[in-house]
Design a protein around this ligand. Structure first.
Ligand code: BGC
Length: 872
């Protein structure tokens, strides 16, 4: 079908009366020829809407929400300029993103503060003009060569003017919503000193004033991560706080529909929100804060997020897993069993309210016993969301986890181990609203896996140590404060909490074997590989960027596999960002020479380039030959995961897969799945959580959704420890192996094992002194030998080169594809083989992996058909 579409496009263009002949077009596209809204676009919007609704987290509500539609005062940067996602490669160019202003109007509210909003508009535009001027001044040949990092200081939205008495009077209402917006993006971390993490003075003044003037005051946090909410103490009369996050194309609609009660909030935080930034572990050391951007020491070890707060008894503002509802729930333990290595827990969840339907999330945490290894107070081992329960309705939720989920990694003998003692299992709806529901007992230690070291000389980062007993959790079994407002957890007979004996040796020990992976072989790849020279194979392991010859392209995609081997029967395939949807050009023009160019930048910083540069880079909007690719902007990673709804994540993946199929993208450069180690990481919005299980499960669900579509694959990124954006190309993450395995690799491990992703992207940074793309241990021993990954690994963009990881070593280490490279990179690889630095076999192994990826694409099938048709 798609091929017909392609042919149709070419045919159509070829026959245009104005004489523009696409016989000269360099490649084929599947983009549409009209800008009509397609059923695919409608379907994407619908799923984006559902995901947006479920990703909203209600943090505070004294009963003022939901609101009845009527007159409403709206203030704040995000009212009209609602931020749908972060900047950089993760931007998506949808047709239109609904603002809060539009959403509220649509929900029947009358906005009575248009004066303030119009003034904001003006200051936004003025600010943008000034920014563009500054940006152009900063451009020099020096930083042009570092083009990718030009995006590290995006335009920051102004905060708006002071709210005046006159605005309040004109608004003729007692209800106000104030939207605080911040945007972060790749290449830079959020700066504490620039109000990126906290209020600007004018916002503080405005919030205080509005809280005095309006009886009902709701604050919406339109930020892709944690934000300093200390102002809640200074301004106690704020009645409700919504963590909107960044919700993609339907964000404004979703917020409005939550505000008016069309839907009940059901999102839960995927991170701990501290009272103060300094409460986060190793907070002063993070990124730029200690003045050292080259070396980052992960001193907190495994104590990341709630693992730190709950172990060290630091009270958070909001705990991990927290989120309020308009209704109230009751969770009732219905039963627990241990079946060999599977623990199964049944929980009856009831909507106790009388008015609102709603969904609740059941979360299971386990406290593992201290032994030789000290443990975090508790870890999430399973979770599930209910259906939409009507008032009075009940649902039984059955959750499972495996005993292997309770293991820890012991560096001294490189063993994954279950230490003896009592494993206390608890159910709840946040990490701080739980009750013990059972105990698992183990008499003797069980080693479940034996590994090899990841780091040559295991590093000793001095980690935090806690001294106190974990009484809070162990003794009482409860850790409830007022965070459990909308959910009561009932265990009938606390005295009779059931204990289960874990059978000794029930988990067979896996002794990992390490060594070079066999070269992938199939009839087709073998046949093709046989016909390739060393140079051809080197071409195959070096991808292309935006230019160069290619068989197929989706305009605006971030990269392609080589287009230089079409004569040898190997078409290129396309890779596009990720992760909040597909980043493509929404409109492109085809020039008289057949060149396709986007008519608008597909990444926002390019808007600010000088006009002559843009003229060369961009296409002609008045061209008669326009191509259209409207894709859907979904909620960013953190907001999607705030839904705690894996089925929904799979549907989002499936919707992206359908768009990939429609536009001919084979590899989606997503999901992004680095751990939220610190709230200031500039790309946290793209990632899911501080917790590896939640991260791994979301990545797996999305992968399943995308890869349901034949010939469409994901690229898990950025493997691994890309937890800092400042100096991201050079920074060295010094992290102990235990933390590396239990926290930073765990999510990738879950996703690889559960969902069989087509590709993985290695990260820019070094880990323990070695560039990840040059790390045989991470890329071959861990990823393939231990986890069985059988797709291909690509570098992050421009991550190899003189100053960075060596491209030839990358290939020998198991990084199959250099993205994007040049003919110089191909030369380097060929030379490295001829000098005996790497083996020809290394290149062949990577070439076979890339080839396998190409052959399994739809493009390949279309290519073969085209060859047949033209009699080649
Ligand atoms: C980002 C990747 C992205 C790539 C291609 C890089 O700057 O780190 O996440 O996929 O660009 O756009």
């Amino acid at each position: 079908m798609w091929q017909e579409h392609c042919v149709h496009i070419c045919h159509h263009l070829e026959n245009r009366k104005d004489g523009i002949i696409t016989m000269r077009t360099r490649s084929i596209h599947k983009a549409a020829l009209t800008d009509a809204v397609t059923p695919l676009e409608e379907a994407g919007k619908e799923i984006a809407y559902q995901a947006a609704v479920e990703g909203i987290v209600l943090l505070e509500n004294d009963g003022c929400l939901p609101l009845k539609p009527g007159k409403i005062a709206l203030y704040g940067a995000g009212v009209k300029m609602t931020i749908k996602g972060g900047t950089g490669s993760g931007e998506v160019n949808e047709r239109h993103a609904v603002s809060i202003l539009e959403g509220m109007e649509d929900a029947g509210f009358k906005i009575t503060t248009m004066n303030w909003i119009d003034d904001y508009d003006q200051s936004f535009q003025e600010g943008e003009r000034a920014y563009a001027e500054e940006f152009r001044k900063k451009l020099s040949p020096k930083n042009l060569s570092d083009f990718m990092n030009l995006m590290s200081s995006p335009y920051r939205y102004p905060y708006g003017r002071a709210v005046l008495q006159e605005d309040v009077e004109k608004s003729e209402t007692d209800t106000c919503i104030y939207v605080i917006s911040r945007q972060a993006g790749e290449g830079a971390d959020r700066k504490l000193s620039e109000n990126e993490y906290g209020l600007a003075e004018i916002e503080r003044v405005n919030l205080t004033f509005c809280a005095e003037q309006y009886e009902h005051m709701i604050v919406v946090i339109n930020v892709g991560g944690q934000f300093d909410l200390n102002f809640l103490h200074e301004i106690p009369s704020i009645n409700a706080v919504i963590f909107m996050g960044q919700l993609g194309t339907m964000g404004g609609q979703a917020v409005a529909d939550i505000v008016c009660g069309k839907h009940t909030p059901s999102g839960k935080l995927t991170d701990t929100w501290a009272k103060h930034y300094r409460d986060y572990p190793a907070s002063d050391d993070y990124s730029y804060l200690n003045g050292n951007l080259d070396e980052e020491y992960y001193r907190e070890g495994i104590y990341v997020g709630y693992r730190y707060f709950d172990t060290f008894h630091v009270a958070p503002r909001y705990p991990f897993g927290y989120g309020l509802s308009y209704t109230e729930f009751e969770m009732h333990l219905a039963g627990m069993r241990l079946e060999r290595t599977t623990v199964e827990i049944s929980v009856d969840v009831k909507n106790k309210g009388e008015v609102y339907s709603g969904k609740e999330v059941v979360q299971i945490y386990v406290s593992c016993p201290d032994g030789e290894l000290k443990k975090e107070a508790q870890r999430l081992t399973s979770f599930a969301k209910t259906k939409n329960l009507k008032p009075g309705e009940e649902e039984r939720i059955v959750l499972q986890f495996d005993l292997r989920d309770l293991t820890s990694y012991r560096e001294k003998d490189t063993a994954t181990v279950l230490e003896p003692g009592e494993y206390v299992v608890r159910i709840g709806n946040s990490s701080r609203n739980t009750r013990v529901c059972g105990i698992l007992k183990l008499e003797t230690e069980m080693i479940t896996e034996k590994h090899s070291h990841i780091c040559k000389a295991p590093l000793r980062v001095t980690e935090l140590e806690w001294q106190e007993e974990k009484e809070l959790l162990h003794a009482t079994g409860d850790c409830r404060q007022n965070w459990g407002r909308t959910c009561e957890i009932i265990i009938d007979d606390v005295e009779k909490i059931q204990s289960f004996q874990i059978e000794p040796g029930i988990i067979p020990e896996v002794d990992h074997e390490y060594g070079p992976v066999e070269i992938y072989s199939s009839e087709e790849t073998d046949r093709i590989l046989e016909s390739l020279t060393l140079r051809d194979m080197a071409e195959l392991v070096v991808g292309g960027g935006m230019s160069g010859h290619r068989f197929f392209e989706a305009p605006g995609a971030a990269g392609v596999t080589t287009g230089n081997l079409t004569a040898k029967g190997i078409p290129n395939v396309v890779m596009a960002d990720g992760p909040a949807g597909l980043r493509l050009h929404k409109i492109s023009s085809v020039s008289i020479t057949g060149k396709v160019k986007g008519i608008e930048p597909n990444i926002s910083f390019m808007k600010y380039l000088p006009e002559p540069v843009k003229k060369v880079m961009l296409g002609n909007p008045d061209s008669k030959n326009l191509l259209y690719q409207f894709t859907t902007a979904f909620p960013v990673g953190i907001s999607l995961a705030s839904s705690w709804n894996l089925q929904l994540a799979e549907e989002v993946g499936n919707a992206v897969g359908k768009e990939m199929e429609a536009y001919g993208v084979t590899y989606w450069l997503a999901p992004g799945m680095n751990i939220h180690r610190n709230p200031l990481c500039g790309r946290n919005f793209e990632y899911f959580s501080e917790d590896p299980l939640l991260t791994g499960e979301f990545a797996a669900a999305i992968t399943k959704g995308v890869q349901k579509n034949r010939g469409c694959y994901v690229t898990l990124k950025h493997y691994c420890c890309n937890n800092q954006e400042d100096n991201r190309n050079k920074t060295n993450a010094n992290v102990n192996e235990r933390a590396l395995r239990e926290i930073y690799l765990k999510g990738f491990e879950i996703a690889v094992k559960e969902s069989h992703p087509g590709a993985v992207m290695s990260s820019y940074n070094k880990v323990n002194g070695k560039y990840v793309n040059n790390s045989y241990r991470l890329l071959t021993q861990v990823l393939r030998n231990e986890w069985g990954f059988d797709g291909f690994v690509m570098t992050d963009w421009f991550a190899t080169g003189r100053k960075y990881g060596d491209p030839a070593h990358a290939i020998a280490s198991g990084n199959d594809l250099i993205m994007p490279g040049s003919s110089g990179t191909v030369d380097d690889i060929v030379k490295a083989v001829s000098k005996g630095i790497i083996l020809e076999e290394d290149v062949k192994r990577s070439a076979a992996n890339v080839l396998k990826g190409i052959i399994s694409s739809r493009i390949y099938q279309g290519y073969l058909r085209k060859q047949r048709e033209s009699g080649v």
